[in-house]
Design a protein around this ligand. Structure first.
Ligand code: SF4
Ligand code: SF4
Length: 348
């Protein structure tokens, strides 16, 4: 577990959120579905004890153009303190950009030239009270960083270094997922905000910088199809309610809580509702999981072993199930009691 120390903060904080990396804005869109807490709850101060939050996210902002970028410029000049820096999207390698740039946010007022995302990260990350990577692209590179990509892009810890510490003394906080599960992100942000207010201990992160309470278990450990797996009862098409490991589910080796949590308010998910887990939260995503719809190579051994006793267990359980489905024979409307009742005193 990673530990860090952080000073308690003020009662007002900015969140500077950039999705200017190699990004689809899917994580921003996803968190608008959160309810534990919702963005509105955080921004409108509905949660007691939280600092007053000013959110700067281009998808949700009232400001446009330069007016929106101004908060980022102020933070870079040290005029917006404290702030949490949220990065969405993977970070391209601007050392190989030729004469241009891969991605940028706003223009430099002096030169009129685009300011690359990488320049913003260089300016803002060391000044930020906490740095949070939203989604698998920002955390580990994700889909944009797959084999054959032209930008050489990467995750935030690959760019800043895995031992990076923010101004608040925190490591990068990684919340992976493609997209991020709405409440997973907002719950993590809530912890960081509470910590900033001096009301929560240091956020517990694992060695991949993920919150331990969200990513400490596997998809399989929370999947309500795991009972089929245990009985070697597998789906061979996508319409089956059974375990999908034979048709591409990577759940047993993937750290994610979506099968336990559902997607929005407990509704939806992935393998629990019929979609194979493609490992979208994982540092090895997507390359280590492709082609998605093939059986994961490691699953054939366990499923073959299970087949040696799974059908036997299933048969035994179905016999017991039939018995459990029968009412005891003394439940009847005949004129004699047959329940085995022994009166303590004989009837007079
Ligand atoms: S569907 Fe996937 S996660 Fe669910 S039990 Fe099967 S292998 Fe495990
Ligand atoms: S269950 Fe698998 S595919 Fe679904 S969100 Fe989690 S890691 Fe991604």
């Amino acid at each position: 577990m990673v530990s860090a120390t952080a000073e308690p903060l003020t009662d007002e904080i900015h969140i500077l959120w950039t999705s200017e990396g190699m990004s689809c804005d899917g994580d921003t869109v996803s968190v608008t579905a959160a309810s534990l807490p919702s963005i509105e709850d955080v921004v409108l101060g509905a949660i007691p004890g939280l600092p007053k939050v000013h959110l700067h996210n281009k998808v949700l902002a009232y400001e446009n153009g330069d007016e929106f970028v101004e908060a980022f410029r102020q933070a870079a000049r040290g005029e917006l303190d404290p702030f949490i820096f949220v990065v969405e999207g993977s970070i391209p390698n601007e050392n190989i950009n030729g004469d241009g740039y891969w991605t940028s946010l706003g223009n430099d007022p002096e030169t009129g030239e685009p300011v690359t995302l990488n320049e913003w990260i260089d300016r803002l990350a060391p000044k930020a009270w906490a740095v949070v990577a939203a989604g698998t692209c920002a955390t580990y590179g994700g889909i944009h960083a797959m084999a054959g990509n032209p930008t050489g892009c990467m995750g935030l810890a690959d760019y800043l270094g895995w031992d990076f510490r923010s101004a608040g003394g925190l490591p990068i906080v990684n919340v992976p997922g493609c997209p991020v599960q709405p409440d997973n992100f907002m719950e993590t942000l809530l912890w960081v905000l509470h910590q900033a207010a001096g009301q929560a201990p240091v956020i517990p992160l694992d060695d991949k910088l993920r919150p331990t309470w969200l990513f400490g278990k596997t998809v399989h450990e929370g999947c309500d199809r795991a009972a089929y797996y245990e009985q070697a009862d597998f789906a061979f098409d996508y319409n089956s309610p059974k375990c999908q490991v034979k048709i591409g589910c990577w759940g047993p080796v993937v750290n994610c809580n979506v099968t336990k949590r559902g997607w929005m308010d407990g509704v939806g998910g992935c393998p629990n509702v019929g979609g194979i887990c493609i490992g979208c939260t994982m540092p090895g995503f997507p390359d280590r999981f492709m082609p998605f719809m093939d059986e994961p190579p490691g699953s054939s051994m366990s499923s073959t072993l299970l087949k040696s006793y799974g059908p036997f267990i299933r048969t035994m359980r179905s016999i017991t199930n039939r018995s459990a489905n029968r009412e005891p024979k003394w439940r009847h409307n005949r004129d004699r009691l047959t329940s085995g009742y022994q009166p303590r005193w004989p009837h007079t």
